[in-house]
Design a binder for this molecule. Sequence first.
Ligand code: BGC
Length: 386
Amino acid sequence: MRKYPFVALGMAGMLALSACAGEGAGSSAEDPAGESQAPEDVLVGVSMPTQTSERWIADGDAVQSGLEDAGYTVDLQFANDDIPTQSRQIDQMITSGADLLIIASIDGTALSSQLDAAAAADIPVISYDRLIRDSEHVDFYVTFDNYQVGVAQATSVLHGLGLVDEAGEPAEDAPEGPFTIELFAGSLDDNNAHFFWQGAMETLQPYFDDGTLEVPSGQMDIEQAAILRWSQETAQERMENLLTSAYSDGTELDAVLSPFDGISRGVITALQNDGMGPTIEEGLPVISGQDAEIASVHLIDEGVQYSTIFKDTRKLADQAVVTAQAFLSGEEPEANDTETYDNGVKVVPSYLLEIDTVYADNIQELLVDSGYWTAEEVESGVSDSE
Ligand code: BGC
């Protein structure tokens, strides 16, 4: 017996019923016979990729508490960045009778059989932050505007070089250059990495075209720039190799496009070990980032890393909860983008959230005043919850 009758009806049935259900999101639902389904009997499986990066811990905690506040029972699992572990954890959630799944995938192409099993049991699947690809059984996608993340990362690097203002408009007294830059991308099996790269490269392209920016290593393809699993160590190694192959003749490095704070810190370590810096003022290139991880926010405050992209995971978690409540109440979740995210099989209805660029001078406003980090955490570079 399925615990949650609405879910067993599939989308068409749910939509038909939603017209007469009359229940607000999050309230205990009724089955078609009018029997009440207590929220605590509804099990939501939440699958997160890893605990090595603090954003996913924050995401997992926020999704769990939001769902629990709505009364649901939650099974939260982290997969240690290991694909078989994630597959196994999701299989387990399905076997335990999950009524809905929220999944941030490690490899977006590796979950087809889990999604087939979920569909066979009429379990809606919400793709969280990262799009699950190559499956028709992704019901919804909650994320940030990933293309815009890439645009913002590249814009911050151009801003650091004095070429544009914070809005990306050409600076009045822009220096001529040329400037040198090296490019890093995320993990190729993560759909987001491609959006970040595309947004960034389209923003940088005019500056490559007119010769303002040069890539001394010549490595300008995403395959060359990619860092598997977004690993800090792999990024450090790649930067060390680039220094040896393209900078040992004394060529200076002015900027690094980095898609993630962990990668930024790997790059910074390689550069500082090579004798650069330790701050931007003392010769370190301008380096972007993403996630506003506390170690990187601290480095930005200290003038070591130039920028990061703040994605408020509290808002994403809220959006996932609202979406889950809609599915579980037999309603259609609200999408604000029904065109961008083609997963290879279908365009997945999505809800995109906005992002912010963090520089040293707006840490207080964006991160401290909003309660994301305390001033003490920024000062120490360590999260209080660690
Ligand atoms: C997320 C980023 C994160 C990266 C590494 C991406 O899918 O969107 O926020 O920096 O994974 O964890």
